[in-house]
Design a protein around this ligand. Structure first.
Ligand code: ADP
Ligand code: MG
Length: 351
């Protein structure tokens, strides 16, 4: 039972998700020689030998907060729960090797439903060549909860962190942005239509890519490998789970640098552009704040530009500046506006 000594309480939403983590963990000091990186990056890094480092990351998915089973099939949920963790491993420049899976389930779920969840987990594990090595199972009174821990490996000294971007580095992102958020908008719209008219047969042909990015995202295992082949070592890296602007701000804050991002360089799929027109949404806002893209955002030295130039998997979207320059977006109209984090924040208040 919680007893308050000071007779005053603070609402979690006053701190936000990242503020809360900082607040709760600020007194933890690293004491073990084997802990190379503790709290504050996409994954922790530990090492016991001189050749390799192990990265470890955990994500928790809660029904009604992170997923809605009315349009998220359990098989896809299992797959996605693995992917979001692998993405954090790849964002450390490491390769994923094992996961543990813990679930809290209410008796609303028959065994067959959990079999479907595990089919998705199995499919992802097979495709990404990782072993499922354990977990925990418990009952839940409210809904489904899934927590996955992923473990990866990287050669000593090759892990890439969020706090090592340098002035004049180029800012690069893999793939394209905003599609997963729009996929969610399409699915939510169809859910409402279905509630009114269960006979309706939605035509989702124009949204296949968007829905796939929402329901069956992939993690960029190929990017660390590609960069190695190109002989480019990123100077810093993070995965895009909360939205481009939120991730850029994390990189800049932790690296103590500024950044200039160019609106016309942000990679968008054609389906994102046309869905934004239809939904009367601004595609840049969606790319900046949508989230769940699971692309990798990283910085490289300017001299590496010829090695990545023209690569269809990579877009140079900006460059790193001195901290005092701040973090800005240069719009298509050549306006300079400060970038703010409007990324997905599950602890933000509703109003
Ligand atoms: P990501 O979005 O990449 O999964 P998070 O924003 O969830 O990262 O977490 C940022 C950092 O804070 C990570 O190092 C993570 O391990 C740590 N962290 C998150 N929640 C907690 C917690 N409740 N206690 C301790 N550390 C936490
Ligand atoms: Mg991450």
């Amino acid at each position: 039972m919680f007893e308050n000594k000071n007779n005053s309480t603070t609402n979690i939403s006053e701190l936000g998700e990242f503020g809360l983590i900082e607040h709760l963990t600020k007194n933890f000091k690293i004491t073990q020689k084997s802990t190379i990186k503790g709290i504050g990056d996409d994954a922790a890094v530990i090492s016991n030998d001189s050749l390799t480092e192990i990265v470890i990351t955990t994500d928790l998915l809660v029904e009604g907060v992170h997923f809605d089973l009315s349009y998220m099939p359990l098989k896809h949920l299992g797959y996605k729960a693995v992917i979001v963790n692998l993405s954090d491993v790849f964002a450390m420049n490491a390769n994923a090797e094992q996961i543990t899976v813990s679930i809290g389930v209410s008796n609303r779920f028959p065994v067959e439903a959990l079999e479907e969840l595990y089919e998705g987990i199995h499919t992802a594990a097979k495709l990404y060549k990782i072993d499922v090595i354990g977990g925990d199972t418990t009952s839940s009174k409210t809904g489904l909860v899934i927590s996955i821990t992923a473990i990866g490996r990287v050669a000593k000294g090759e892990a890439v962190y969020r706090n090592t971007a340098k002035e004049n580095d180029l800012l690069v992102v893999s793939g394209d942005l905003g599609a997963a958020y729009l996929g969610l908008q399409v699915l939510e719209r169809e859910k409402k239509v279905f509630e009114v008219n269960p006979q309706s047969q939605p035509d989702l042909g124009n949204y296949t890519y968007l829905i796939e990015r929402q329901l069956k995202p992939e993690a960029r295992q190929d990017i660390p490998k590609l960069l190695k082949d190109l002989e480019v070592k990123p100077t810093s890296m993070i995965d895009v789970s909360d939205g481009l602007s939120s991730e850029i701000l994390h990189l800049c804050k932790q690296s103590k640098v500024g950044c200039t991002l160019y609106e016309d360089k942000i990679p968008l799929d054609q389906q994102v552009i046309s869905a934004c027109e239809e939904f009367k949404m601004d595609s840049t806002t969606i790319a900046l704040s949508g989230g769940e893209d699971y692309e990798l955002l990283f910085t490289v030295k300017m001299e590496d530009f010829p090695k990545i130039k023209g690569n269809p998997n990579l877009s140079v979207i900006g460059h790193v500046t001195h901290e005092k320059e701040g973090v800005h977006l240069i719009t298509r109209g050549d306006e300079k506006i400060p970038l703010i984090a409007r990324g997905w924040n599950s602890l933000e208040s509703e109003n």
